[in-house]
Design a protein around this ligand. Structure first.
Ligand code: NAG
Ligand code: NAG
Ligand code: NAG
Length: 402
């Protein structure tokens, strides 16, 4: 179901893009920022947000423009903050300079610096000189971008990483090291957040699960799927930052639907208190589903007050801390990323088993006691193949050593 949700979100997104395309005013749009960024996988989130905030249209409608793009890893903290759309638009519009700067121009600034106007200033929402960005060619050839703010307050500066796209003097896309922000850009805008919503991503970010909160934010369809269920009772198991860090290289190689399934696998339907978890011997239903659309759960094992979760593919994670337990939502920290399916079969690039299956700490195998949970067995043809390969290898090893 959540996968279907993800797909329909994609369909909606595409439909929206088509609607935008057909209803767009007849600019002589010389460029299409979405198309330019589509060739850069690590800029996907940035591109998505440009579209979501309507900035992509503004960019396409202008000439002589420079877009400061931020990669997915550095967009994650921004996304995790869950800023209202209006505020997000202000912050991102600071990243669109209304002048053309490419690599050569950055390193040949007269006097070594320049003040450039941005789309934030052009929006009319920026007070005073807020909305201007100072470009400075610093010692050692490092180029910094710093938003000017009202008064002495300066926003956070970021650095030039590389040129992504240059079409003189129409549009230049430069990658920068992070998101620039400033108090003026983040000043409350008209739209306000939903106060009734538990900020699970805030709870995670403040308690050592910030990386996982980032994964939720960076994975299309994940936040929305969780949001839909948090009111009716929900339990999050967030892997600690270290575990997520070790898993990230593997995660990046997964297909988009598999990435979504991994993230959704860490949320169980229903509110489980610590006591309920310790009572154990329950299979928890999660929001993740397999290719056939069947929900995949995991098993809870409890012994001596210690709770272990065992995935459908027998990788295990220990519950290490309670981060929040306020009916209807509980958030627990776990010490490994849980994976609901075979990682090798789902890699979009050459297989790399990664830490969750090879590293002893984050991928402890359960001694065969990991119970199968509903829907984990049927309809997974490639998993069967992998299993046969494993059996074959085991037999070979047994034969060789015997
Ligand atoms: C821009 O490119 C994207 C992706 O290639 C496409 O979906 C969209 O329709 C294009 N928009 C315009 C205005 O041409
Ligand atoms: C810049 O835009 C103009 C007019 O829109 C176009 O004729 C020209 O080819 C563009 N230049 C580049 C490098 O794309
Ligand atoms: C690949 O991932 C999907 C989830 O997106 C899962 O349903 C499927 O079973 C996985 N394939 C294998 C062979 O494990």
């Amino acid at each position: 179901m959540p996968l279907v949700g993800g797909r329909s979100a994609l369909v909606l997104f595409v439909t929206a893009a088509v609607l935008v395309a057909t209803s767009a005013p007849a600019w002589s749009a010389a460029h299409n920022i979405t198309a330019i960024l589509s060739g850069h996988r690590d800029l996907t989130e940035f591109s998505r947000e440009l579209t979501a905030t309507g900035l992509a249209d503004d960019i396409n409608g202008r000439n002589t423009i420079t877009v400061l793009a931020v990669d997915d890893a550095h967009m994650a903290p921004l996304k995790a903050r869950g800023l209202p759309r209006g505020t997000l638009r202000h912050v991102l519009s600071l990243h669109v300079l209304v002048d053309y700067y490419d690599d050569a121009k950055l390193h040949g600034l007269p006097g070594g610096s320049a003040d450039v106007s941005t789309l934030f200033q052009a929006s009319g929402d920026a007070p005073g000189s807020a909305g201007m960005v100072e470009i400075a060619d610093r010692r050692g050839g490092r180029v910094a971008f710093a938003p000017q703010d009202a008064g002495a307050a300066r926003g956070t500066a970021v650095f030039y990483v590389k040129a992504v796209h240059q079409a003189p003097y129409n549009i230049s896309v430069l990658q920068v090291s992070g998101v620039m922000s400033s108090p003026a850009a983040e000043a409350p805008s008209s739209s306000s957040p939903d106060p009734s919503r538990l900020d699970f991503s805030d709870v995670m970010s403040k308690n050592g699960c910030g990386r996982f909160a980032g994964l939720i934010a960076a994975t299309a369809g994940a936040s929305a799927a969780f949001d839909k269920h948090t009111r009716d009772g929900f339990t999050f198991f967030c892997p600690a930052d270290k575990a997520v860090e070790a898993f990230e290289p593997t995660f990046e190689k997964l297909r988009a639907d598999a990435r979504l399934a991994v993230v959704l696998y860490h949320g169980a339907l229903g509110h489980y208190s610590t006591q309920a978890l310790r009572a154990g011997h329950d299979d928890l239903a999660t929001l993740a589903s397999d290719d056939a659309g069947t929900t995949v759960g995991f098993a809870v094992h409890s012994a001596g007050g210690k709770v272990t979760l065992v995935s459908a593919t027998h990788n295990a994670a220990r519950v290490t801390r309670t981060l929040a337990d306020a009916d209807p939502v509980a958030v627990y920290m776990i010490d490994a990323v849980l994976v609901p399916f075979s990682l090798t079969a789902n890699a979009s690039s050459p297989p790399d088993l990664g830490p969750s299956e090879s590293d002893g700490r984050s991928g402890r195998k359960d001694g065969g006691d990991g119970r199968k949970t509903s829907g984990s067995a049927p309809g997974w043809p490639r998993r069967g193949w992998v299993a046969s390969a494993l059996v074959f290898t085991t037999l070979l090893t047994a034969f060789a050593s015997g």
